[in-house]
Design a protein around this ligand. Structure first.
Ligand code: SF4
Ligand code: SF4
Length: 101
C-alpha cells in the first residue's frame, strides 16, 4: 500500500485556553470601565480604585475552580476582554506557571 504523506498537526504545541490552567486569571485585573462586575468580586484600594478580588490560591475570585472558566464571562472587565490568547503576555503567564509553550 502506498504511504500517503499527510501532514499531521501537532495540537500539543498549540497555545489555547484548553491547554492552560487559567494562568492569566492570576494577574491583577484593574476595573477601569463599568461592565457590571458583581461587587462581591471587587476589591477597593484606599483611593477607591477597583480591582478583581483574588483569593488565597492566587486566582481571581470569579474563576470557577472546577471548570477553570470565568463565572462572570458576560460581565468580565475590559482588561480580561482584551487579553489575547497566544499573545506574548499570554505565553509569558503560561511560562510563569510552567505551561510551555
Ligand atoms: S494565559 Fe492564555 S491560554 Fe491561558 S487562559 Fe489565559 S488567555 Fe488562555
Ligand atoms: S474576571 Fe473572569 S476572565 Fe477576568 S480574571 Fe477573573 S475569572 Fe479571569
Amino acid at each position: 500500500m502506498k504511504c500517503m504523506n499527510i501532514p499531521i498537526k501537532d495540537i500539543t504545541s498549540e497555545v489555547t485556553c484548553s491547554t492552560c490552567q487559567a494562568c492569566c486569571c492570576h494577574l491583577e485585573v484593574m476595573i477601569i470601565t463599568d461592565t457590571g462586575v458583581p461587587d462581591n468580586h471587587i476589591t477597593y484600594d484606599k483611593w477607591g480604585g477597583q480591582t478583581m478580588l483574588r483569593l488565597d490560591d492566587g486566582w481571581c475570585s470569579a474563576l470557577d475552580r472546577d471548570t477553570l472558566m470565568c463565572s462572570i464571562y458576560e460581565n468580565r472587565p475590559l482588561i480580561c476582554r482584551e487579553f489575547e490568547m497566544a499573545s506574548s503576555e499570554c505565553k509569558s503567564e503560561r511560562a510563569v506557571h510552567g505551561i510551555i509553550p
